[in-house]
Design a binder for this molecule. Structure first.
Ligand SMILES: Nc1ncnc2c1ncn2[C@@H]1O[C@H](COP(=O)(O)OP(=O)(O)O)[C@@H](O)[C@H]1O
Ligand SMILES: [Mg+2]
Length: 260
């Protein structure tokens, strides 16, 4: 069982979007996947799935009221997930450090994806330290570098293996840090480049995972690189259907196909 923290230096880089869609994608290639919403204060995952009310959540687990196995919910495509819970009152009283021990009770999954809080506050640290591997997701812009490096160093000090960096909101604008430069600066491999894709927002608006709503979108296709990298299963990409006017998708797809 591989326990992978999805972490970032900054908020809003796409951690929850990645955790959910990657989880579904790994499930689609036959892996058993559990996603844990460890962004305790934000509880995004339930919202993304259209299931805001969960009677038992990670909050109960961290208050030692139930075991983590009692907090599993069925998600799309066979994934299971543990929601964070919405009680602000409880957040103050929770013992975040329990997460690590709670995850030790989890069995029978190939992948556990821990959707972490951003940065290195104690809630984020609890998520990171509950994992043995980490994917750092960052927007490839200079202002993300220092924070990304901090998270990476923290993981390395704690013997957490860095699987690689995923860049998100990639537009190929010249202001962006290029893949090779980012790899040099971060001293880590970029294992997937996820484009800025309006389909992600459309899917989020319908509370559906983009990989299910728009499997042929540029984002979904780019995500398959990561699924293949983590699972070892090669996936055939179907033809990208570029909608008229979505020039950005076309440019991205072409660069992606021929630019490497
Ligand atoms: N590649 C993308 N293209 C367009 N919108 C995206 C992309 N990735 C994420 N988003 C949107 O950006 C917002 C933040 O993403 P989210 O996954 O919630 O970030 P985090 O969990 O890191 O805070 C959401 O509204 C999401 O739908
Ligand atoms: Mg989130």
């Amino acid at each position: 069982m591989r326990v992978i923290a999805i972490a970032s230096g900054k908020g809003g880089t796409g951690k929850s979007t990645l955790a959910l869609n990657l989880g579904i994608s790994l499930s689609q290639v036959g892996k058993k996947v559990l996603i844990i919403d460890a962004d305790f204060a934000m509880a995004n995952l339930g919202v993304m799935l259209g299931i805001e009310r969960a009677p038992i959540s990670l909050h109960n687990v961290l208050m030692d009221e139930v075991t983590i196995n009692d907090a599993f919910y069925d998600g799309p495509s066979g994934i299971k997930y543990v929601p964070a819970g919405l009680s602000i009152e409880r957040i103050k009283r929770m013992n975040y450090d329990r997460l690590r021990d709670a995850i030790k009770l989890v069995k029978d999954f190939d992948f556990v994806l821990v959707d972490c809080a951003p940065g290195l506050e104690k809630d984020a640290v609890a998520g990171i330290l509950s994992a043995s591997e980490m994917i750092i997701i960052m927007v490839p812009e200079p202002s993300s570098l220092a924070d990304g490096l901090k998270v990476k160093s923290f993981a390395e000090i704690n013997n957490i293996k860095i699987d690689g960096i995923v860049t998100n909101f990639v537009t190929r604008d010249k202001s962006e840090i290029k893949k090779q430069d980012l790899e040099t600066l971060m001293n880590a491999k970029v294992v997937a480049e996820l484009p800025y894709d309006i389909e992600v927002r459309r899917a989020a608006g319908e509370q559906k995972p983009v990989i299910l709503k728009s499997p042929d979108s540029a984002f979904s296709h780019a995500l398959l690189d990561l699924t293949a990298f983590l699972s070892g299963v090669q996936i055939a990409k179907t033809q990208v259907k570029v909608k008229k006017g979505l020039l950005q998708n076309l440019i991205y797809t072409l660069t992606h196909l021929f630019g490497k």
